[in-house]
Design a protein around this ligand. Sequence first.
Ligand SMILES: [Zn+2]
Length: 245
Amino acid sequence: MVENNGQSQNNNTYHNGCCTHNGENIDKVLQTYEDFGDNHFLSSVNTPLRPDAFDLSDEEKIAKISEHFYEIMHIMGLDMTDDSLRGTPHRVAKMYIKEIYSGLNPDNKPQMRTFENKYQYNEMLIEKDITFYSTCEHHFVPIYGKAHVAYIPNENVVGLSKLNRMVQYCARRPQVQERLTVQIAEELKKALQTKDVAVIIEADHMCVASRGVQDVNSNTITTQYHGKFKNEKTREEFLKHIYNK
Ligand SMILES: [Zn+2]
């Protein structure tokens, strides 16, 4: 049994053990949260999605989320008849599904059409300072920063903007930075049909900056080196291009 703080008691009172979502008891889900407390942890490389994740259409999801977001705002005591707030639930719901969490849906995956490597270019190609915006899945506040990706082409090359698009696709999900880094590397390996891929992410986490320890100066760096990038010289060359301006 975990320690019961005021928050979990509130949760229990609120849900009263009666709510279920597709057979999952919400109290059980909330209890699991209490086991982990405020720590960030990584459960799996794949974003944990249920098999029925896309049974509802985008429009149905937007309608449902609007209702629930209205309820959240109402519970906090906001006057939902105020002109400034009236449109917020729908606006948030639409933003979730169509923009900031659109990367949950594989239908939105960018087409990574590759071209034959006609120039026989087989040195590393680096796309650096790719801006991305993501969301911490533990607090639902922004994670944002820069990604640097590189690969060494063999048979195939890809349009440069596709690298940016793949980073953004993986970022538009509730995330943890470690998983984001791994997912980008795995997608690029698959799309480019090479193991020689590297990814570095430097990010600020609003859950660290604006709440909790409130450290506005720290940022978090995660890396993935595959194939030839495991070789020290190759990795150094990559790092030199990114950090020696
Ligand atoms: Zn967080």
